[in-house]
Ligand binder design. Structure first.
Ligand code: IVH
Length: 691
């Protein structure tokens, strides 16, 4: 008796806790678009509560999350009562192919079909991972777009939906009096990655109130519910139609009799229908569809979390009807989740081929999106700190498509001990050279380009480039071979290569080995500009290298120049000056240069030459916002190559502000100070020597 009483109390307690947790997470998910836990985790809690309520009817409550399917309307948007409720769909929890068989068996039983009857025809669709939208067309014009909300009442998001290019504002062809199209607004993975990259750059440049998005679905949901349609327009969204709401056809027009025919009709009206949508006869073809789409999932340009099967015949759909709010004629069949929880075992820093330092979380192995993941990127120092990922934390990991797995967020209430806020090491973990983060940049970079083993392949390739020191025939395959066989560890080893070592390489015949050695020998006679360019100093392109060579005349003068002296060079601004100074400040880099000279590399040296007058000599420019065609780096390079300097902030000393889309406070400041403002076209004119 006491035991029973005990467990009853425990269960009531558990139900209360589950409801509180689910309310909390539902709010974060539906209202704030900032979930803390993966969907699969939410589903688990939800199912546990459902099970408890089923076995303990006395614990039922009208305000339980199980009684309402998510999503309060936000106060800011007008409410829309759906003419036809937006239903949800049953989920087949069996992730194996047998889920399709179970669905078919259920449909056949409900329809009273016998084994000898024909197979039921279905439509196989993708289950897009975005948010459901109802589009209302009246006499062919889009008059309203609404979110699903609680299924009865949603939000009027017409302004934002109008910004989606794929959604026709007018239907093509014959126009029905009323047509409601239902479908999914989503964000492509490449658009999502690009958006987050832009967000990270904005944050690196000091933008407040900006954040990165957790996944494409949340980015899409955030964009749809963005109150400023101008911002929504900059968040690239896409759409697929998959169903209907209220429909009134013109008198005398015969409606399609199957779901598939309706989808084809929608396509004719100009609405996007996923090309993967197809008819499937019976369970076997559904199983094949499930398998094929699962195999092709990573290669799709957008996220799906499963497939959907729908009975094709509308007459059979009517016969099957609904259970509570879910149709008996459709089911969602899920794939393994693309987000999972795991723990952080360590945070390492990896060095890429170009010297970029990336913090990487080492994880307790976890099965995500179909593969086991043990590493996930934290992108950069700011991201790692903003997400506040610490060793021992429980984190959400996301892996979708070919995108590198990433840590999305930390589950705050699972932190057991404090740990330390992540800090980027001051030195490259591979070679010990100084790790540098430039102003306005999100990434740290290793400054030991010539010496760092992580960068050696890139360094050798760059040095051997046709426009640098030029070693004919030394391309990336050969560099891979030479480095992987440990024949060269850094640039200097290139000039120590002998014939016998080369002949040990696979597919290396006498003739090609000799040709390579001759090309290496020839490269020893070069020019100072080519040599400087070949060193691969960050921000030192060909033009800058030439300018440095002309200005200083001798390599030693470049190597020993102070930042102030470097700033006197025609196209060298503060960022470039610092980069050159740091590079030659690394003892290892200098050693490599000395060894190259000792190995016979030489060039004519001269006297310092007079400074050339370039179109932007003496001018200081500031760049803000996103330019239509030039990246931030390209614009900066070109300004510097034209003799100008690029500064990080607007002041009285600024000559021009180059402003692109989403220009913010810098633009306002420039206007206040009366600084001349240029768009990209005007900048290009100026670079070409125009007024
Ligand atoms: S049909 C009556 N088809 O999944 C059937 N839904 O609850 C209504 N979804 O929020 C839904 N892809 O946004 C349907 N091909 C598809 C879908 C799909 C994604 C979403 C939909 C809804 C949820 C189902």
């Amino acid at each position: 008796m006491t035991d029973d009483l005990f467990s009853a109390v425990n269960e009531a307690d558990r139900v209360q806790r589950l409801r509180a947790q689910l309310h909390h997470h539902a709010h974060r998910y539906y209202v704030l678009d900032e979930p803390e836990i993966p969907d699969a985790e939410y589903d688990k809690l939800f199912q546990e509560l459902q099970a408890l309520e089923a076995t303990h009817p006395e614990l039922a409550s009208p305000d339980s999350p199980t009684r309402r399917v998510g999503g309060q309307a936000l106060a800011h948007f007008a409410s829309v009562r759906h003419a036809v409720p937006m239903l949800s769909i049953r989920t087949e929890t069996d992730t194996e192919a047998t889920g399709a068989e179970a669905f078919d068996a259920r449909v056949r039983r409900e329809l009273g079909l016998q084994p000898e009857n024909d197979p039921v025809v279905y439509v196989g669709e993708l289950k897009f991972d975005g948010l459901a939208i109802n589009l209302r067309y009246e006499h062919g014009s889009l008059v309203q777009a609404a979110t699903r909300g609680d299924g009865e009442v949603g939000e009027d998001v017409t302004q934002n939906i109008r910004t989606i290019g794929q959604i026709p504002l007018r239907l093509q062809g014959a126009q029905p009096p009323v047509l409601e199209v239902r479908g999914e607004v989503y964000m492509r993975r490449d658009d999502f990655e690009a958006l987050n990259e832009r967000q990270r750059n904005k944050i690196a440049q000091g933008a407040k109130n900006e954040k990165t998005f957790v996944n494409p679905r949340n980015a899409a949901a955030g964009a749809v519910r963005q109150l400023d349609p101008g911002i929504a327009a900059q968040r690239p969204l896409s759409f697929f139609a998959y169903g209907l709401g209220d429909v009134q056809l013109a008198p005398g027009v015969a409606p399609p009799q199957t779901h598939h025919a309706w989808l084809m009709q929608l396509r004719d009206w100009g609405l996007p229908v996923a090309p993967q949508t197809r008819l499937a006869r019976g369970a076997a073809e559904l199983v094949a569809f499930h398998r094929e789409m699962g195999q092709g999932r990573d290669a799709l340009p957008f996220d799906i979390d499963g497939v959907v099967y729908k009975v094709n015949s509308l007459a059979l759909q009517r016969q099957l009807g609904f259970v509570t709010r879910e149709p008996r004629w459709a089911v969602a069949h899920k794939y393994p989740a693309q987000e999972q929880l795991t723990t952080v075992l360590a945070i390492d820093v990896q060095v890429g081929r170009t010297g970029k330092l990336t913090p990487v979380a080492k994880l307790a192995p976890v099965f995500v999106g179909g593969v086991t993941v043990t590493n996930a990127t934290l992108h950069n120092e700011d991201e790692a700190r903003r997400k506040d990922v610490r060793v021992g934390d429980t984190v959400v990991v996301r892996r979708a498509g070919d995108v590198i797995p990433e840590v999305v967020s930390v589950v705050a209430d699972k932190r057991m001990h404090e740990g330390m806020l992540f800090t980027m090491p001051a030195c490259c973990p591979v070679c010990g050279s100084a790790a540098v983060r430039e102003e306005g940049e999100a990434d740290h970079r290793c400054s030991g380009g010539l010496f760092c083993p992580a960068q050696r392949k890139e360094a050798i390739l760059h040095f051997a480039h046709r426009r640098a020191v030029e070693i004919e025939g030394l391309g990336d395959k050969l560099v891979d071979q030479l480095v992987d066989a440990n024949l060269i560890r850094n640039l200097t080893d290139l000039y120590r290569l002998g014939l016998s070592a080369l002949l040990n390489l696979e597919r290396m015949a006498d003739k090609s080995a000799n040709k390579l050695l001759e090309a290496i020998e020839r490269s020893k006679q070069t020019t100072l500009a080519r040599f400087i360019f070949g060193l691969g100093i960050r921000h030192v392109g060909e033009a800058t290298a030439k300018e440095l060579a002309r200005h200083f005349g001798k390599l030693d003068a470049v190597m020993d120049a102070t930042e102030e002296q470097l700033l006197e060079v025609a196209d060298v601004g503060p960022v470039v000056a610092q980069s050159i100074h740091t590079f030659f400040g690394q003892a290892h880099n200098r050693e490599v240069v000395e060894q190259l000279r000792a190995l016979g590399l030489s060039w004519p040296e001269g006297e310092p030459a007079a400074r050339a007058v370039l179109p932007l000599t003496g001018k200081t420019l500031v760049i803000t916002g996103t330019l239509p065609s030039l990246s931030r780096d390209e614009a900066k390079d070109r300004i510097e190559a034209a003799g100008g300097k690029v500064a990080g902030s607007v002041s009285k000393k600024t000559d021009y502000l180059v402003a692109g889309a989403e220009a913010g406070s810098k633009l306002t400041k420039a206007q206040e100070l009366g600084v001349a403002i240029l768009d990209e076209t005007q900048l290009l004119e100026l670079l070409n020597g125009g007024a």
